[in-house]
Design a binder for this molecule. Structure first.
Ligand SMILES: [Zn+2]
Length: 132
């Protein structure tokens, strides 16, 4: 199975697999080891990745899966990417990123005002570089 990655809030790669997110714990001999991000629930489900392919079958999770959380994360990534790549006003960036997104998923992404702040923060760095 091939891997699909999503960026975490802190900009790290998370591995998205069957409605769950995994974060990398270690890397050895060309293999990387990923642990379910719900580890605070003491979930021990983990994945092994070799050459961009998932080579293990994860243990069952001890919590319900949340594909909508994964999708919500993707929407947030889309907003951040558009913030970097375009000069559109924040409200346009947000409305274009959430077009066609289901209601359940919208409920899981931050409030519009928070998203706008994120966009300003991302662009703020860029302005300093351009105009200094
Ligand atoms: Zn889990």
């Amino acid at each position: 199975m091939s891997c699909e990655y999503v960026l975490s809030q802190k900009g790290h790669n998370l591995l998205s697999f069957q409605g769950c997110l995994f974060s990398k714990t270690s890397e050895k001999n060309g293999r990387s080891y990923w642990l379910c991000t719900m580890k605070k629930n003491r979930c021990r489900s983990s994945l092994v990745v070799e050459e961009g392919q998932i080579v293990s079958t994860p243990k069952e999770h001890n919590h319900p899966l949340s594909p909508s959380l994964v999708k919500a994360r993707k929407v947030q990534n889309k907003v951040k990417e558009a913030a970097r790549l375009t000069r559109d006003p924040p409200s346009t960036v947000i409305s274009e990123s959430i077009t066609g997104v289901e209601e359940v998923i919208l409920a899981k992404i931050p409030h519009q005002e928070n998203l706008k702040q994120t966009i300003r923060r991302i662009r703020g760095c860029k302005f300093i570089i351009i105009y200094s």
